[in-house]
Design a protein around this ligand. Structure first.
Ligand code: ZN
Length: 493
């Protein structure tokens, strides 16, 4: 059999195994009875081990080498398939088995320690585990290899090709203007608060309504409930999302738009890439650009709510009878210097990420010690956001990422925010009457453009390449800063 044909078959089998694991995960988060946990953990271990064995097999190594030998004669897609499979093969084979086992043991201990530390708001409980995780992560970087900085190797795990220098440059552009924007707009817009709870069935109905309006295809996906919203793929025609419903919060709206943005990306991947390693979003940053575009750029804009606010009022008369559109828009865009990243608005959000980036870089290069983190955290929050961190729980212990051993993940959130603004600039050139498009609720027009320009390509192009194809420029902070300046300048008058 031709090498490429064999490689595609191999790819399809691995994708099947991963979709099956995703189905088990979905079930665990959405529907699994409590006492099934132990059995499910065993099933995960068995199936993951089978998948891993196939991912590191010499057979796959030989197929990749065979394909690469005549790379020049291959189509763009076949070359991309080789690239993506090679990358995953190298990541899986460069780490010795004992290292992977130790890392996985340590992260499960670290997650328990982190939970307890956060509950008691005591960093000291988490500190020894985090110290060992930093040591292992530095070792991981050495195994994976890097050109300039050990943190490069970890960044690349989440965003192919991303480097420390690139992220430092990005935050260099962002930092001073963001601090200034926070100073200008913090506290200027009044947040919304609700005395009357939103009935859950109404929340679910409205979330579904927004998803239909965005173009989410319910014949190829579904919406369920889970404590932490997420999007997952169980097959080419099966892209699922979850949402959460709290009594007096608008999370049901922005959660649906966010996860819906992720799901549209997945649903939009071209059918010819089905059942292969290319049938996936290309990176976390580009994925996040799609969720942020729908959640923030579209979903917190005035023209969007010109169309949907009357419906929201009708669905929840007790909550919105005395709220006007302008108060609503200002409320959902209120800028608050806060302590918690996941609650942050569009202006302050990236400063939370900047703090984590500076700390991670310091830990991995060895210029910062784990023991100093609570103090460094307080100093940076004071310096960048002007807030006093009163407790470890609301400070250095708020995110689970480090307990997972995920160093290098945070910057992808900021890449998503920047890329969303840059992609939106591209859309505005294509559709100069975009304000009317939004006010008409013609979201299909936006979706179709995104499918053509971004979604349909799956993982064929590298993230930076894709962005440059769509927007004509490499990732830059300028479109995002211009977007914030215009939007919040207008909102605050
Ligand atoms: Zn997301």
């Amino acid at each position: 059999m031709h090498t490429l044909t064999q490689l595609k078959k191999y790819s399809a089998e691995l994708v099947d195994l991963h979709h099956t694991l995703a189905l088990m995960q979905w079930d665990q988060e959405v529907r699994m009875p409590r006492r099934a946990a132990e059995g499910r953990a065993g099933q995960f271990a068995t199936l993951s081990a089978l998948a891993h064995r196939r991912e590191v097999s010499p057979e796959l190594g030989a197929l990749l080498a065979g394909g690469e030998a005549h790379k020049e004669s291959l189509s763009v897609e076949d070359r991309a398939l080789l690239r993506v499979m090679r990358r995953s093969y190298d990541q899986n084979t460069k780490l010795p088995e004992e290292f992977v086992a130790e890392f996985s043991r340590l992260t499960s201990q670290a997650q328990m320690a982190w939970l307890e530390a956060r509950e008691q708001s005591d960093f000291a409980i988490f500190q020894p585990l985090l110290e060992r995780l930093v040591v292992l992560s530095r070792q991981q970087a050495e195994y994976l290899g890097y050109a300039a900085h050990p943190y490069d190797a970890l960044l690349d795990l989440y965003e192919e090709g991303l480097t420390t220098a690139r992220v430092a440059g990005m935050f260099g552009e962002l930092q001073a203007p963001l601090v200034e924007l926070v100073r200008r707009f913090s506290g200027r817009l009044t947040p919304l608060s609700f005395a009357e709870p939103f009935p859950q069935s109404g929340q679910e109905r409205f979330a579904e309504h927004l998803l239909v309006a965005m173009g989410f295809d319910f014949s190829r996906g579904c919406l369920a409930r889970s404590p932490h919203p997420f999007t997952t793929t169980l097959g080419h025609h099966d892209r699922r999302i979850t949402n959460r419903y709290a009594p007096t919060s608008l999370d049901f709206i922005f959660g649906a738009l966010h996860e819906g943005g992720h799901a549209l990306y997945e649903q939009g991947i071209d059918e010819r890439l089905a059942n292969s390693h290319l049938d996936d979003g290309v990176s976390l940053g580009i994925h996040e650009s799609q969720s942020r575009l729908w959640e923030n750029v579209v979903g917190r804009s005035r023209p969007f709510w010109q169309r949907f606010f009357p419906e929201l009022q009708k669905a929840f008369p007790a909550q919105f009878a005395h709220t006007g559109l302008d108060d609503f828009i200002r409320g959902i865009n209120a800028v608050t210097s806060g302590l918690i990243r996941v609650d942050a608005d569009e202006v302050t959000y990236n400063l939370h990420v900047l703090i984590r980036f500076e700390i991670e870089k310091g830990l991995i290069e060895g210029s910062l010690g784990v023991a100093d983190l609570p103090r460094i955290w307080r100093d940076k929050y004071r310096q960048y956001l002007g807030v006093e961190v009163e407790s470890d729980a609301d400070g250095v212990l708020q995110d689970i990422h480090w307990a997972h051993g995920s160093f290098g993940y945070f910057p992808t959130y900021t890449i998503g925010n920047l890329a969303a603004a840059q992609i939106w600039e591209g859309y505005k050139k294509y559709d100069p009457t975009f304000t009317q498009t939004l006010a008409d609720g013609n979201l299909a027009k936006i979706k179709e453009w995104l499918v053509r320009e971004i979604h349909s390509h799956g993982s064929v192009h590298l993230p930076e390449e894709l962005l440059a194809r769509v927007t004509g420029a490499p990732l830059s902070a300028q479109p995002f800063l211009a977007y914030l300046e215009e939007k919040f300048g207008t909102l605050a008058g």
